[in-house]
Design a protein around this ligand. Structure first.
Ligand code: KIV
Ligand code: ZN
Length: 514
């Protein structure tokens, strides 16, 4: 099947969520799914329904809320996985079941402990079972990047005969090199007799930093679906970045001759949303969505851009959703202006209570910081979403003494299941003292794996946004907090991480043994 349309399949909510520390709540997933729908993503992989009851509910909620994009659930090539995916998707306006099995010699021998014939048989059975629920079935050959071409031809032909309309070729471990990967796609399309009955898709991981290059090479050789994630989030080094694929195909239309349905002006808002929710910051020099992606530092470049923009710019910042860092609201802005500006930024409130809480925080912030920028609003909303959830631990108040030549001391009062508990501790710095005081109350024993502070806007009155990564019993979470006082922001981030550790329950990994 050859078309001039490149299908964009977003897996931020499934493969993206497999990034250590990127787990999201159902509401957060819904917000991202709505942003993806607004961006006109063709297929949203909402999750792996059998992984846990939370994952099932998230896929179900997204299937019910999204009407413009196809909603997909991943399923191993097992009856129970496929039935669970179908159950979660049953109310979707347009649903897809994505089933997969590993096809490389190393995976078949060591992980599956199955013979190639058995793998083909199981793949065919899975596709047929999925077809009982929907006409829209995708089949993936896990670790196709290290699979033998003859075996790929054999299993793909059988999967298409069984009813798969999309065939996905994942480079699961990021091993491929662009020219070779493109050649693999071309060979498959030429050699498989029924290849014309399916759309060929690719799904590349970034272990060698080649996920986007490999995907584009596959597209140049006939792939018509790319699986990708916002900001390149994903297992290990991540997946191909949606924004880079979409803008490469659009900017080099002369080479690819393809279009996508994506509304590119939604790219930056979606990138920010994913970064805020997951706590994975976007590096400043990241293509398309990094803060410096359209900033010209050198005088020669600035002069050129002023004379004729295209001297140094191949894309327009506005086309991907950047707009000037304008002063948006201040101390005297009302609730309506607040709600309207947030809606423009893609934030809606589930209830008047949530809006009122966020507005009260906005007023507090405006008292401390007179100029409120879009970035401040994003941080503020994240903070109110974090703190309006049902949390075990809450920060009631704190004070820190930090003086030259004196050991810093922090006094913290937390509410634990509604009861106030106070503690104090010394530390090597104010943050260290505060974390020790919090641990005296909570006694979580969590390991602090990462601590980072970013100024949200410029100026010394900027809010600090703190991200902490905590690990406990093999579970990893990212906690976030923002405040004009970075020690308070640090305490909020740590407490948010502790609450997330309470809430995350063990779940099945899709690529575990079948
Ligand atoms: O990387 C991979 O192989 C996957 C499959 C499950 C599609 O994520
Ligand atoms: Zn993957």
């Amino acid at each position: 099947m050859s078309t001039n349309q490149l299908i964009i399949f977003d897996t931020t909510l499934r493969d993206g969520e497999q990034s250590p520390g990127a787990s999201m709540t159902r509401n957060e997933k819904l917000r991202i799914a709505k942003a993806l729908e607004k961006m006109k993503v063709d297929v949203i992989e909402a999750g792996f329904a059998i992984a846990s009851p939370d994952d099932f509910e998230a896929v179900k909620a997204i299937a019910e809320a999204v009407t413009e994009s196809t909603v997909c659930s991943l399923a191993r090539a097992l009856d129970k996985d496929i039935d669970r995916a179908a159950e979660a998707l049953k109310n979707a306006r347009s649903a897809r079941i994505h089933t997969f099995i590993a096809t490389s010699p190393i995976h078949m021998q060591y992980k599956l402990q199955m013979k190639p014939d058995q793998v083909v048989e199981q793949a065919v059975r899975a596709v047929k079972r999925a077809r009982q629920y929907t006409d829209n079935v995708e089949f993936s050959c896990e670790d196709a990047g290290r699979s033998e071409i003859d075996f790929l031809c054999r299993i793909i032909e059988a999967a298409i005969d069984a009813g798969a309309g999309t065939i996905n070729i994942p480079d699961t471990v990021g091993y491929a090199i662009p020219e070779q990967f493109g050649h693999t796609i071309k060979t498959l399309l030429e050699r498989i007799p029924n290849a014309h009955k399916a759309i060929f898709s690719v799904h590349c991981h970034n272990d060698l930093g080649l996920a986007v290059a490999n995907s584009l090479s596959a597209v140049a050789n006939g792939a018509r679906q790319v699986e990708c994630t916002i900001n390149g989030l994903g297992e290990r080094a991540g997946n191909a970045a949606l924004e880079e694929i979409v803008m490469a195909v659009r900017t080099r239309q002369d080479l690819f001759g393809l279009t996508s349905a994506i509304d590119t002006t939604q790219i930056v808002p979606a990138s920010r949303l994913v970064s805020t929710i997951t706590g994975f910051p976007v590096q400043p020099n990241k293509a398309i969505v990094g803060a410096n992606a359209f900033a010209h530092e050198s005088g020669i470049h600035q002069d050129g851009v002023i004379k004729h923009r295209e001297t140094y710019e191949i894309m327009r910042a506005q086309d991907v959703g950047w707009h000037n860092n304008s002063l948006v609201l201040g101390k005297h802005s009302g609730r309506n202006a607040f709600r309207t500006r947030l809606a423009e930024l893609g934030h809606t409130f589930e209830s008047e209570t949530q809006l009122n809480e966020a507005f009260a925080r906005f007023k507090e912030l405006a008292d401390k910081k007179h100029e409120i920028f879009d970035e401040d609003l994003h941080a503020l909303v994240t903070d109110s979403l974090i703190s309006s959830d049902n949390e075990k631990f809450k920060l009631v108040c704190m004070s820190v003494c930090s003086e030259t030549g004196v050991t810093p001391l922090s006094k913290v009062t937390l509410s634990v299941d509604g009861a106030e508990v106070a503690a104090e501790a010394e530390g090597s710095g104010p943050v260290d003292a505060t974390y020790k005081a919090i641990e005296q109350v909570v006694n979580s024993g969590a390991n602090l794996k990462l601590y980072s502070v970013n100024a949200i806007t410029s100026g010394t009155d900027s809010q600090g946004e703190v991200t902490v990564r905590l690990e406990s019993g093999g579970r990893i979470v990212n906690g976030l907090g923002s405040d004009t006082d970075i020690v308070i922001a640090s305490a909020k981030a740590y407490i948010n991480g502790l609450n997330l550790l309470q809430n995350t329950r063990g779940k099945q990994h899709p690529q575990s043994d079948v």
